[in-house]
Design a protein around this ligand. Structure first.
Ligand code: SF4
Length: 451
């Protein structure tokens, strides 16, 4: 029986490797199966899917993710492909390649006649590029893939890169959700962790942002940055509430491979202290309690939104429900017609391939129905609640039977509750959701490197 036609059998529960300390190699679960299993030799399967229009129903939402890989400085906890040394002409070269890439996709049968449901400018720092560069890029992108009817245009910003005129340009290109990478409001902590901005830049831009009345403005925070204490975290939480924005997202500090901090630790560096998981969860919980008292309610394991505000997370929900997404840009990740793929992860390769008018793919992974089901189930668990009916309808599978032994084990540990209709994470489970999800992996992917 081939992987693509396998029947879906129940998965046994396995023990979780609980670690008290934040160790190098800890990860935020953003996809499944793990990236380390994606291969170059899967490229022919990918091209078959892109060149056909039949594999996924036309109503599958389609989104576009644009990776803008420039930052003023590399944060010491950052593992993304970013460049801090590119001049204006190199940025222009990159944006030209990015526009060409999207144009190449627009000509493929897979995408004919399909509107974009969302566009996401991520990075890196999309707000790093100039107004002139941004407008030229958007005009070229829209000429190949119009997005005037998209439900959401999201744009990530670093406070210190924003000016009033740049914000006006961001609004003018149709951005509906602005996400402000604040991370912390203590200058000593921002400085220690290598952030390019300080708190005064946050306070300078928030009034400009409010004046422009974006549909939604989100603030990102990280619980557990190096140097954090209970006193400094309480203060950051309070000051974030005082900013009075639409939603607040809290991530817990991870130590993935290939960050300045992780390399320092692996190289024997001493004196570096990242709070342990228990402390980070307590800080996360404290923040959520304070936000709730200030009128916010949970929208996922990470995000709280102002109660009663008509806020949608189109990108998040589409990706977690298995949409097709073109990820354009160096090292970007895509998912189309059940196939994961990643672009060339090095600048020169990415630019060279697009100069040759070739799609800049590097590796791919065709997923089986079981892998698609597990991917959606674990990602949707981050919402706090999943409905068995959704999986029955989409995959013809009863998740309470398939994953029954793992749900039971996690229920006995106080992480979730379940009935025949839904599975709900408890607060305890939500606070450590990324450590729980690997328990649902198929055995061949457990204990393997994630990236
Ligand atoms: S601003 Fe974001 S993308 Fe840039 S280095 Fe810092 S964490 Fe990485």
């Amino acid at each position: 029986m081939s992987e693509q036609t396998e029947t879906i059998k129940p998965e046994p529960a396995t023990a979780r490797k609980d670690s008290k300390e934040t160790q190098v190699g800890s990860v935020f679960v953003s996809n499944y199966p793990p990236y380390s299993f994606w291969r170059k030799d899967n490229m022919p399967v990918l091209m078959d899917v892109l060149n056909s229009s039949t594999n996924s129903p036309i109503e599958t939402p389609l989104g576009l993710y644009l990776h803008i890989p420039f930052c003023r400085k590399r944060c010491k906890f950052c593992y993304f492909r970013v460049y801090t040394d590119k001049n204006s002409s190199e940025i222009e070269t990159y944006l030209d390649a990015l526009a060409r890439e999207v144009s190449l996709y627009s000509k493929l049968p897979r995408f004919h006649g399909r509107p974009l449901t969302f566009v996401y400018f991520g990075g890196g720092t999309p707000s790093y590029i100039s107004v002139k560069h941004l407008k030229t890029l958007v005009n070229r992108l829209k000429a190949s893939m119009p997005w005037d009817d998209a439900e959401e245009i999201a744009f990530e910003c670093e406070p210190g890169t924003l000016t009033q005129s740049k914000l006006a340009a961001i609004k003018e290109i149709g951005v509906t959700r602005l996400s402000l990478g604040v991370e912390n409001l203590n200058d000593a902590i921002l400085n220690e962790n290598g952030r390019a901005h300080l708190s005064k830049e946050v306070y300078a831009v928030v009034p400009w942002i409010k004046d422009l009345e974006f549909e939604q403005v989100n603030v990102d925070l990280i619980a557990g940055m190096v140097g954090e204490t209970w006193a400094s975290w309480r203060d950051t939480v309070k000051k974030t509430i005082d900013l009075d924005l639409d939603s607040i997202t809290v991530y817990q500090m991870e130590l993935p491979f290939n960050t300045v901090y992780s390399n320092d630790i692996l190289g024997g560096g001493t004196g570096l202290s990242v709070a342990n998981w228990k402390t980070k969860r307590e800080w996360h919980q404290h923040a959520f309690e304070q936000f709730a008292a200030a009128g916010y309610e949970a929208s996922s394991a990470y995000t709280m939104v102002k109660k009663g505000s008509p806020i949608n997370f189109v990108y998040r929900d589409a990706v977690w429900h298995g949409c097709d997404m073109i990820g354009a840009g160096v090292a970007s990740f895509s998912h189309v017609g059940g196939v994961h793929f990643q672009n060339a992860s090095v600048w020169d390769d990415y630019i060279r391939l697009l100069n040759q008018n070739e799609l800049p793919h590097d590796r791919a992974f065709p997923t089986t129905p079981r892998e698609q089901l597990i991917r959606e189930m674990i990602l949707q668990l981050k919402l706090g609640k999943i409905e068995t009916g959704y999986f029955r309808e989409k995959f013809g599978a009863d998740i309470s039977e398939l994953f029954g032994s793992t749900y039971k084990k996690l229920r006995d540990e106080g992480m979730l509750t379940y009935s025949s209709n839904e599975i709900s994470l408890t607060r305890k489970g939500l606070l450590q959701v990324d450590q729980l999800l690997p328990e649902f992996y198929q055995p061949k992917y457990r204990n393997a490197r994630y990236t």
